[in-house]
Design a binder for this molecule. Structure first.
Ligand code: C2E
Ligand code: MG
Ligand code: MG
Ligand code: MG
Length: 288
């Protein structure tokens, strides 16, 4: 009946849901505008080796929203993926990262830094992905071997063959590939040998409890052993305490990223941190 339909309609457009829908719509409009208006920002989180030297940084996207302030990707990446906006956004991130890599290659303190860029599965699936990355690399004259593309484990498992075909030509030119959030996505490991990979990133959810949860400690140990056995670099994400670092070092983890070393930083802070470290190391070497 009309009354029932009316009741359903009223039920459907609950105030909270109406609010959520219109918030989403206005966020979408604003995100479209953000790309055009240059409201996107990049932060750089240092990655360090066993000696504590910065060898790279992960490029992390932020949106400087005119009224909401600085938004983290959890607030807008899913929306960007649903609306297709991730394609121009992802393109912009890659262009910025490659431009920066070219700049770094001219500065002695920065020349050996690599940049890790998060790639959404929507980007990778785009028929033109491989060519677009190649075009950006040659247009910016960035050294390809300093570019690391991070793919998420759970994204790849649906189409291992297709993904590895997209990755292979890039890897041949020197681009590296990392598997992000490793351990959270899938239980079978057979696909690991089919993908042209360079690095596994141990998910921070395991690192977080490594001192208090035997199972998480066992998973972290196992991932490190697995990576080393497969000749892959292994990086631990979300390292926050000296105890976690000591545990990871003991297990033979190669690289580290987390608040213990640095938060995601503006570019100038990353450069300053790396330059300071260079000076410290030089002094150390000279006095030794
Ligand atoms: P992710 O790639 O796993 O990045 C690591 C996240 O952990 C970052 O969050 C980083 O700020 C945070 N983090 C780093 N160290 C620590 C720590 O010690 N403790 C804790 N609790 N967290 C730490 P962020 O910047 O909010 O990014 C969240 C996610 O958004 C990223 O996870 C990545 O999946 C996605 N993302 C970021 N930038 C981009 C981008 O340019 N494109 C795409 N497609 N996704 C992006
Ligand atoms: Mg990542
Ligand atoms: Mg991660
Ligand atoms: Mg992630």
């Amino acid at each position: 009946s009309a009354k029932a339909a009316g009741r359903n309609a009223v039920h459907f457009f609950e105030p909270q849901m109406q609010k959520t829908l219109s918030e989403r719509a206005s966020l979408e409009t604003a995100l479209r505008q953000a790309v055009a208006d240059g409201q996107l920002r990049l932060m750089y989180q240092p990655q360090v080796d066993q000696a504590g030297n910065i060898h790279g940084a992960e490029v992390l996207l932020r949106w400087l929203h005119p009224s909401l302030g600085l938004l983290s990707p959890d607030r807008f990446i899913a929306l960007a993926e649903e609306t297709g906006l991730i394609i121009p956004i992802g393109q912009w991130v890659l262009e910025q990262a490659c431009f920066q890599l070219q700049q770094f290659s001219q500065q002695p303190a920065m020349a050996d830094i690599s940049l890790s860029v998060n790639i959404s599965i929507k980007q990778l699936r785009h028929p033109d992905f491989t060519r677009q990355v190649q075009t950006i690399l040659s247009a910016t004259r960035a050294p390809p071997q300093r570019l690391v593309l991070e793919l998420t484990e759970s994204d790849l498992v649906d189409d291992i063959e297709g993904c590895s075909h997209k990755m292979a030509p890039l890897r041949q030119t020197g681009v590296q590939f990392a598997l992000d959030d490793f351990g959270t996505g899938y239980s079978s490991l057979a696909y690991l040998k089919k993908l042209p990979l360079d690095q596994l990133k141990v998910d921070q959810s395991f690192v977080r409890n490594v001192m208090h949860d035997q199972h998480d400690a066992a998973i972290v140990r196992t991932v490190i052993v697995l990576a080393r056995a497969l000749n892959l670099n292994v990086l631990a994400e979300g390292v926050e305490t000296a105890e976690q670092l000591a545990f990871l070092q003991q297990q033979g983890c190669h690289n580290y990223q987390g608040y213990l070393f640095a938060q995601p930083l503006p570019l100038t802070d990353l450069i300053a941190m790396k330059q300071n470290q260079m000076h410290t190391l030089n002094r150390f070497t000279l006095s030794a």
